[in-house]
Design a protein around this ligand. Structure first.
Ligand SMILES: [Zn+2]
Ligand SMILES: [Zn+2]
Length: 269
């Protein structure tokens, strides 16, 4: 049983209204042994209808987290992470933001490609089907060349959640040159990826990224693999984690990873 959730948001992230304490209480209810909040920081997130800015009030976040960490210390371990949105204009700003701060865990993620979140319908209108996938993967490759102060790269095929073409199927082969390069680069940097169970919530019937990407990562020697639900509210915490041990072991993994003070620790699946 997986007892850690390493991708969680609370109302310190623009797109969540859940109090941090409600998330902690849910984790205790679920009998998890540790959780890591990974609040959004997406500097230069484009203007949007909902008015979300994805900026993070770090002092308030840290103070709330440390008081809950103390309050619930006999029930659960609470870790302090961040999910950095990576785009060509944010590398230096992200570096400045995390400089001198002591995070337990950092996820680097692509949420914005060509100044658009693939979540917005315009993205696939401009880059239909495979083209939208390819542009997304290319942006990851570009980010990896410029920024590496993260522990895992988040939801590597996030883009697929929003491809509204019902006939679209993902095939590793269609992007194998780019994906192989991404995975090798992540491994060479000594970093990892995550199995993000929100894919189940989005009706994909699998985590993000696709099992073929996870499998290839393992074949290429990838070992660091964290597990997170990407929950923005308590009811989504540890979402469908029960599906993951059998899937991941069938792909060759024997361990998953947790982090504390940016150091990985491997736990048997
Ligand atoms: Zn994300
Ligand atoms: Zn997230």
């Amino acid at each position: 049983m997986i007892k850690s959730d390493f991708h969680l948001h609370s109302n310190f992230s623009s797109d969540s209204t859940a109090s941090m304490e409600s998330m902690v209480q849910q984790a205790i209810q679920l009998n998890l042994s540790e959780i890591c909040f990974t609040e959004h920081l997406d500097i230069d997130y484009p203007e949007n209808a909902e008015g979300l800015d994805f900026l993070l009030d770090l002092p308030a976040y840290q103070s709330s987290l440390f008081s809950l960490k103390e309050k619930y210390k006999s029930n659960i371990k609470i870790l302090c992470g961040i999910e950095l949105g990576l785009t060509p204009t944010t590398y230096e700003k992200n570096k400045d933001f995390i400089q001198g701060e002591s995070f337990d865990f950092i996820i680097g993620s692509t949420h914005i490609v060509h100044n658009m979140d693939p979540y917005e319908p315009e993205y696939f209108l401009e880059y239909p089907g495979k083209e939208g996938m390819k542009e997304y993967f290319l942006s990851i490759l570009y980010n990896l060349d410029k920024f590496s102060d993260f522990d895992v790269y988040g939801h590597l095929d996030y883009v697929i959640r929003y491809c509204r073409d019902k006939n679209f199927t993902f095939r590793y082969l269609d992007y194998s040159d780019i994906l192989d390069e991404i995975l090798k680069k992540i491994i060479d940097l000594g970093k990892g990826i995550e199995a993000n169970s929100a894919g189940y919530k989005h009706g994909l019937g699998r985590p993000n990224p696709h099992p073929d990407i996870l499998k290839r990562y393992h074949e290429l020697g990838g070992e660091i693999l964290t597990i997170g639900s990407d929950a923005h509210k308590p009811s989504h915490m540890a979402y469908d984690f029960k599906e993951l041990p059998a899937l991941l072991t069938s792909l060759g993994f024997r361990y998953y990873t947790i982090f504390e003070k940016r150091k990985p620790k491997f736990i048997k699946l």
